[in-house]
Every structure is written in C-alpha cells, then in structure tokens.
Design a protein around this ligand. Structure first.
Ligand code: ADP
Ligand code: ZN
Ligand code: ZN
Length: 824
C-alpha cells in the first residue's frame, strides 16, 4: 500500500476557513491527484464537489476521515498558478478558499448535492443487498436524472447517502461525469445534397418533383439558402433554417432524403464560433502613439505595472492591440479586462478583426455550458483551437491561464472591478497585478481618468507612467457647456427635466441628423413617490430605502432586494389620493423625450433593458448603425463606447453624483462626467457636452470644463491626506449584520471596544451605513484605517481573531461579520 497517498485535503465550496481531510480509498489512488475534482460526503446529508489541494499521509487529529466517493477528472482542472492565486485572494481579501473556489469556477464545473447517480448495467452481485439497496437500484434502473434527493423521496428515507456509498463500493452504481455534468456537447443538424450532383442532375430532380410541389419548394429553398448557384462551396444550411424558410414539415424533408436527393448530417457545435474569420493587419500607430508605446516597452523593463493615461479617443485600444500582437508572437497568453459587458461587444469586433479566432470572450451573460467550454478551451492551452487572448470582465482573472505574458486592465478606474457580494471581495485590477506577478508577466492599466490611488502609484514611481494627451487625428476635446438649472427653474423655463439650452441643442442635433446620448445615473421612472398632502413616501418593508417607481410595469421596486408592489392609490398615512412621483430616472426621461420628439428614434440602455442575452449587442449595433437618434442611459453609456456620429452628450443631473456621501464622490463625479463627455464628437467634428447642474461654480465642474485631471487629482490628494484616506492609508471595512437591530448594535459596540484597545484611533464607528437595513438584516459598520507602512496581514489577523472572539460569545454567535479590504 502506498503510504504517502493516504489522505487528501479538499477545498469545499463552503465559506469555511479550513480544508477538510478525506481518505483516498485504494481503488481511487491511481486517480486522485492535486487539482482534480472529487465528490465527497459532507455532514450527514450532503455531498459536494471539492478540489484536491494536497495529498499526504498525516491523519487529522480531531476527526476520523470519510472516504472520497469518486474522482471526476481525468486531468487536473486547476493548475498551480491558480492555487497560488486563490491563496493570495483568500489571504489578502480576508475570505476563505471555499469562497474563492465558488467564485473561480463556472457553475457548470461545481456540483453539489444534486449530483446524479446511475446504476451500472453490467453489475452482477454475489453479495446480499439490503432491502433499501435493492430499492435504490430499482429506482435507478427505471428512471433518469436521479440524485440523492430523488432517492430520499423514493425510499422515504431521510438520507440514502450511506446506501449509495455502499452500492458504489460494491460497484453497483456510479457517479458518472457525463451524467452529472450539466454541460453537454451541443449537436446541430444540417442539410446538404446527398451526393456531388451535376447541374443537369439537379435540374432533373427539380423537374421530377413537379407533382410534389412542397418537396420541390424545399429543394429550391435549400439551393437558395446554400447559395448553390453563387458560391463555389455551398454555405451551411441547418435543418431548422430550411424548415423555417419554407414553413414545411420534417416529413417533406424526409421524403427528399429518402429519394436520396438531400441528406441530413450532424455536426458538433462549438458554442463559441471558432470558424476562421477574415483578419486584417494592425493599424499603423500615429506619432504620439509610437512615442507612448516605446515608453511602455521601456518602462516594462524596470516595472511590472505601467499606467497608460490617455485622453478619450487617443487610441489606447490601438496601442493595446500592438502589445497583444507582440505577446502572441512569443507564444504568450493575454488577458484583456473590461469593466462592463457592454464594452466587450465593441472591443471584440476590433480584436477579432486583427486576431481572428485567437480571441475568446468570457462574461456572465454566457450560460454555464458556454462558460465551461471557454474554461476548458483556455485550459487546453496547447491545442490549435485554444484562445490566446481572453477579453473578459472581473471574473476572468480566475481562468486557467498557464502562460500569461500581459494583462491589460482597460478603464482601470471603474469601480465595477471590485466585487462586493458575495465574498471574496476582490478588486480585479489589483488582483491582476498579483496574477501577472505569478506568471512573471506585465500589467498595463489604461484610462483617461485614473483612480487617485493609481495615479499616485504612478507618480511616486511604483508604476511606470505614460501619458497620451492627443486625440487621434488631433480631434478636439468636446466643448463643455453648463446649464444652470436653479436659474432656469426660477424663470420657469424648464421643460420637464430639460433646460432650455439642452432642448435647443437637441433640436439642432436632430435636424442635422446627428446622434445624442443622455446620461442619468438612475434607472426606473422616478426614485420615489410622495404623498402631496403629508409627504409620506412608500418604503421597502425589508430595506431602509424608498421604492423606485417603474412605469412600464406599474410597480414600485426595491433596488436592493427586488421586492415589488403595486403603487398605492391612496396615502397609507393620511388617506389622501394624491400620490406624486418625484425626481426622474432613465425611464421617465425616455418617456418625456418621446413626448417632445415624437419623430425621433429613442432607446434606453440600463439594467432593465439589458437583462436578456444579446440585449446590449442589439442596442449598440442599432445605435452604431444610426437606427437610433437618442440613447438614454445610466453609467453603462459612459464607459469607453466608441460611436462616430454623436455630436451631443447631455448630463442631466451632475449634483446627485457630487452630493453622494462618500469620500470618493468628487473623484467619481469627475471620472463619470469626463468619461461620458468623451463619447461626444469622435471622427468628424467637435462634439458638445451639456451639463445640467444647480452648482455651476463647483470646483469639480470647473475641472471637467477645463479637462483638468491634474488639478482634480492634486486637490483630492490633499484632502485624502488631511482626512486620512487612501492612498495614504489602507481601509478595511467591517460589516456586522443581523435581523435583530438591538443585538447587532450591541455586538458592534463590543467589537469596536476590543478593536479600539488594539488599534486606538484607527478604529472608526460603529456607524450605520447610508442604507442600514437590507433584506431585513440590520447593518452596522466599523472602519479600520491603517498606515500604509504598517503590516496589513498582521492587522487582518487581529481582525479575524477579534471577530472570532465575538462569535464565540453565546449571545453573538449568530451575528454575521464580513470584511471588505480596500472597500470601494
Ligand atoms: P481610446 O481607446 O483611447 O478611447 P480608441 O483606440 O478607441 O481610443 O481610438 C479612437 C478611434 O480612433 C477609434 O475609432 C480608432 O479606430 C481610431 N484610431 C486610433 N488610433 C488609430 C490609428 N493609429 N490609425 C487609425 N485609426 C486609429
Ligand atoms: Zn399622506
Ligand atoms: Zn428591499
């Protein structure tokens, strides 16, 4: 017996700090290996798919081990780079390996108690089976898709796992990956001519079908769809497409197949289209881009991370493309991160036109099967079909790269790079820098409006700094015009939410057949309803927020827990029947626009209009093709989209951003306004941006007008220093949650006291956040601010220890405690 492979430490997809040790049964010793998935029992009821992290021969001290049930993989699916990366994420962001595992693998690769079991057909037993075992086998033989839950139900037992395990040991049943895996290969049916018929033979067929009109029509339709008479090689025609085109039934197609005229064949369909695409060469860089790219290359000789600070439309993307090309030439992989799915739509076309099928996309709008396919594709790095460039959002940092040469983090300032719930609360930009380090690769951060921390790191020499301040073809930066809404309101000149200036500019644009983008950082119709006589506002019963009114379905919706109700027709407080909607979101803007400009083609881009797969793509495509005149949107329209014909961008309410109670509000407002302005006037002429505000004198508005990032940066930096914030200090936010408000408050006081004994004035709070109740959980936060030079790992260790002490107290054991390192 091989003593060194007795036990395996398994990462389970649970928020548990430790790994669990299982014994490896003799018959699995050849199979179980580090990085493979195994199925293990957990507790008395469940089993999970875990990942083997270590193999050794040291039995755990405090529990007796259970056996691994089965091994799912022929080859490891997690490589050593990933294990090291997972360890770092768990440690740095104070989460567990189980949480990281859950975040890292596409759902299709994680199987839980739903794991399916099947009977082995060739099983013949000499042993006596128990009554329940017989019963289970019987169920398995007669039904499909059976899991433990089904078996429990069928047998009436609480838990059939022990019996299943014993059947597994006897070889009577198996847990087959093909059966368990939700991911199945997709096959599609196509039609083609049954043989390589000559033109005259085909002509004869057509004539011979004179009496069978429908069959004739079907054949003609096939010839038409396959472009038989136009293309040297007939185009692929799917059965579905053919049947749909003629509206015929399958029987008619069948008769053509029986006559040996057409045939049906199947082909495995890669969900991701890997067919050869036409590629064109790289664009030659302009002189500014040339200077910038040489500086990037030389900075990379000394630094692992470089910031490319390039104004909107300066051609950063073209620089990325050149750098990607260099990596591909030396056989390295490239990860290209974007903050928003909407952006992948535009960039993917630019990348595919240069790199063809070497580029893959990865984001959450793909279904499980598609994500598994991409995961596996990257894993098989060496094969000819493998992607070498991955374009993806946040979670793509977890893909199984083996050979990264470069990570590009585009729009690095975007806060969507930070994951908030659930843990791990990681920042994809910062994690990228560590990931690149593991691969001895480089990281390039790109943006027109760097995050204060990033610019600081570049200025102080931690990162390289490359500036590109010329737009391509010396296009001018847009002209920024301010509309003073306070003034317009006083003079009663506002038309709904539009100032006279904005109205007039929109009219001119539409007359000139130019396009408009309107930006408002609020979705829905109106942020809240209010009783006209007593001021009562409907709130969410589960959260401390007012309900947002959505007109299209006439619902009041909570944006935190999705609770929705019919709007009340009378006030719950005073009974008055005059409920008024207050403020405005994108939906109301859209509605008002339709009223003012009935002939304009208007669409809206926000969370509500882009839930469906391909919804972004369709909107962007329509806008690019000028099938739309006005696009109204939330921050989705502000990020890096590149349209040719937009001559006006309207920012409807700058103040809501500026007044947000957060130390980053000014930085964010600047970034948001500068970015959305960047959408105006590309290619042909100078664009215009109109900002509506109550505070035209605001310093941030001035910075935006003057396109003065540096002033904004210096002012913010001074404030950060004075008020003890990043980049001078590191923040860790501790959140306590419980359904009982008193209890959570008490717990927060106790924890704050004990932390203050250690950290002194570096501990702030406890305080109630802006929204202090979500889904009936009361929330209290404590903030730790520590000096950059002190050890964060020691502080984290202390935080964990103190949190554990608290949870060991009987009264507080049900309090939930979260850590958010570098909160956004
Ligand atoms: P950024 O990413 O900095 O906003 P882009 O790379 O999107 O800028 O460039 C803006 C526009 O200018 C794009 O349409 C792009 O194709 C074009 N462009 C930029 N650089 C070049 C170049 N060197 N040659 C041709 N077109 C370019
Ligand atoms: Zn009222
Ligand atoms: Zn709610």
């Amino acid at each position: 017996m091989n003593k060194t492979t007795e036990f395996a430490d398994i990462i389970l997809p649970l928020p548990l700090a430790q790994l669990f040790t299982y014994s490896i049964p003799e018959e699995l010793k050849a199979d179980v290996a580090i990085g493979k998935r195994v199925v293990v029992p957990f507790g008395s009821k469940k089993f999970y798919t875990g990942i083997v992290k270590h193999i050794h021969n040291i039995p755990p001290k405090d529990y007796s081990t259970k056996d691994i049930l089965t091994c799912l993989d022929e080859y490891p699916i997690i490589n050593s780079f990933q294990f090291n990366f997972w360890d770092w994420i768990a440690q740095y962001y104070q989460s567990t390996l189980g949480d990281v595992f859950k975040a890292a693998l596409p759902a299709g690769l994680k199987l839980e108690s739903q794991t399916k079991i099947s009977a082995n057909e060739e099983f013949r037993t000499k042993e006596v089976l128990s009554k329940t075992e017989e019963q289970i086998l019987n169920v398995l033989k007669h039904s499909k898709d059976v899991n433990i839950a089904t078996l429990n139900q069928a047998t009436g037992l609480k838990n059939t796992l022990p019996q299943v395990k014993s059947l597994l040991e006897k070889g009577a049943v198996s847990i087959e990956e093909q059966i368990i895996n939700p991911y199945k290969e997709k096959k599609k049916e196509f039609v083609r001519l049954a043989s390589d018929y000559s033109e005259s033979e085909i002509g004869d067929f057509i004539t011979s079908l004179k009496r069978a009109k429908k069959q004739q029509e079907t054949l003609l339709s096939y010839l038409n769809l396959s472009k038989h008479y136009f293309e040297e090689i007939a185009l692929k025609v799917s059965v579905f497409e053919l049947l749909k085109s003629t509206d015929i039934s399958r029987t008619i197609l069948k008769s053509l197949v029986e006559k040996n005229i057409l045939e049906i064949y199947q082909e495995k369909l890669d969900r991701i289209d890997l067919s050869e695409t036409e590629t064109s060469g790289l664009k030659a860089l302009n002189e500014y881009q040339e200077t910038a790219i040489s500086k990037i290359r030389s900075d990379f000789k000394e630094k692992n991370c470089v910031l490319l600070h390039g104004v909107t439309s300066s051609g950063k993307t073209e620089i990325y493309i050149h750098l990607i090309q260099e990596q591909l030439e030396v056989g390295k992989q490239v990860l290209y991160l974007l903050p928003e799915i909407a952006l992948t739509t535009q960039i993917i076309n630019r990348l595919r036109s240069v790199f063809g099928n070497k580029v893959g996309v990865y984001h959450s709008k793909f279904n499980d099967a598609e994500r598994v396919e991409i995961y596996n594709n990257i894993h098989q790095n060496n094969t000819a079909n493998a992607y070498q460039v991955i374009l993806g959002v946040r979670s793509s940092v977890f893909l199984p790269f083996q050979n990264l040469g470069l990570i590009i983090v585009d729009e690095e300032h975007e806060n969507t790079y930070k994951q908030y719930d659930p843990a791990p609360r990681y920042h994809a930009r910062d994690a990228s820098i560590y990931l690149a380090h593991l691969h001895q690769a480089k990281t390039l951060l790109g943006t027109a409006t760097p995050a204060i921390e990033t610019y600081y790191n570049a200025k102080t020499g931690k990162y390289g700094l490359v500036e590109l301040l010329q737009r391509h073809q010396n296009l001018e930066m847009p002209e920024i015009i301010i509309a003073d809404i306070k003034e317009a309101k006083r003079k009663k000149q506002m038309k709904s939410m539009f100032s006279p200036e904005l109205m007039q500019m929109m009219e001119t644009c539409l007359e000139n057949k130019e396009q408009i983008i309107l930006f408002q950082n609020r979705r829905g119709y109106s942020p809240y309803l209010e009783c006209k006589s007593c001021g009562w506002v409907p709130h969410c019963p589960n959260c401390a927020v007012s309900l947002t009114y959505h007109r299209y379905n006439n619902q009041l919706v909570c944006h935190y827990c999705a609770h929705s109700v019919h709007p009340p027709s009378t006030c719950e407080h005073c009974g008055s029947n005059e409920m008024e909607d207050k403020g405005f979101g994108t939906e109301k803007i859209e509605e008002e626009l339709i009223g003012f400009f009935p002939n304009a083609r208007i669409a809206r881009m926000d969370l509500d209009t882009t839930r469906k797969k391909m919804a972004y793509e369709k909107l962007i495509y329509k806008f690019e093709n000028h099938e739309l005149d006005i696009l109204v949107g939330t921050q989705m329209v502000s990020k890096g989209l590149d349209f040719d014909n937009v001559s006006l961008v309207g920012i409807l309410n700058a103040d809501s951003m500026l007044n947000y109670p957060d130390y980053r509000a000014y930085e964010r407002s600047y970034q948001m306004m500068a970015q959305v302005s960047g959408r105006a006037g590309r290619k042909k002429k100078r664009g215009k941006v109109l900002i509506q505000t109550y505070t035209p004198e605001h310093p941030i508005i001035k910075n935006v007008i003057e396109n003065d990032y540096i002033s904004m940066y210096s002012n913010q930096l001074a404030e950060r220093k004075e008020y003890i914030y990043p980049p001078y200090y590191r923040l860790i936010n501790i959140t306590l949650k419980h359904k009982n408000q008193n209890l959570v408050n008490k717990a927060a006081v106790v924890l704050t006291k004990s932390l203050r004994k250690i950290f002194g004035i570096r501990i702030l709070g406890p305080q109630a956040p802006v929204i202090n109740r979500i889904q009936n959980f009361h929330i209290v936060t404590i903030l730790l601010k520590i000096e950059k030079k002190s050890s964060p790992s020691k502080a984290k260790w202390i935080l964990n220890q103190q949190a554990n002490y608290l949870k060991e107290m009987e009264a507080f054991k049900s309090i939930q405690i979260n850590f958010d390192v570098d909160p956004m």
